[in-house]
Design a protein around this ligand. Structure first.
Ligand code: NI
Length: 182
């Protein structure tokens, strides 16, 4: 079942989400619906608050472009991107590489707005899974960016908070209009 995606201006997008403590049938159903919703909206990631649920839970899938990363290590070993997509994670913990990189981002909760965002180019992430295991993942490129973008959502942070002052000025009226619901 696809879910409605909450849009800019809704307070749930600004919440610091609660950790997931139990994985039950309802949570698994939510995850399935989030994946379906992400695909239907042609997004590369979706966080629970974007469907109105303030929990530390997100899904990511960047498998449409195998060239979008230059490396992937899972639990210390080189891994295939396709084997780990869609990626579902709870309560993520991220460490950031020093080098930063700019790339264009958008968000399913901020219609028609795309802007350059500078972020750490690589991450090391501890990503607890639905089955209780923990994926230790190291990567760069779009996957690192998507995991950071989704993890930001879990802290009430949106990509528009991270754009340059010039881009903020350029987008100010549009964002105001979107936040007002029109
Ligand atoms: Ni987003």
């Amino acid at each position: 079942m696809t879910l409605d995606i909450v849009q800019l201006g809704h307070p749930v997008l600004r919440e610091r989400c609660r950790p997931v403590e139990t994985v039950d049938a309802d949570l698994r159903k939510l995850v399935d619906d989030m994946i379906e919703t992400m695909y239907a909206a042609q997004g590369v990631g979706l966080a629970a608050p974007q469907v109105g649920v303030p929990l530390r839970l997100a899904v990511v899938d960047v498998a449409h472009d195998p060239e979008c990363i230059s490396f992937l290590k899972v639990n210390g070993e080189e891994a295939d991107l396709a084997d780990h997509m869609p990626l579902v994670f709870l309560n993520p913990e991220l460490e950031f590489g020093e080098r930063k990189e700019s790339d264009t981002e958008g968000c399913l909760s901020i219609h028609d707005v795309r802007a350059e965002v500078k972020r750490p180019a690589s991450i090391r992430a501890k990503l607890p899974q639905l089955d209780g295991s923990v994926l230790e993942l190291e990567t760069d490129g779009l996957l690192a960016r998507a995991i950071q973008h989704e993890t930001d959502h879990l802290n009430g942070v949106l990509f528009i908070d991270r754009i340059s002052p010039a881009a903020k000025v350029r987008l100010k009226r549009k964002l105001k209009r979107l936040a007002a619901g029109g």
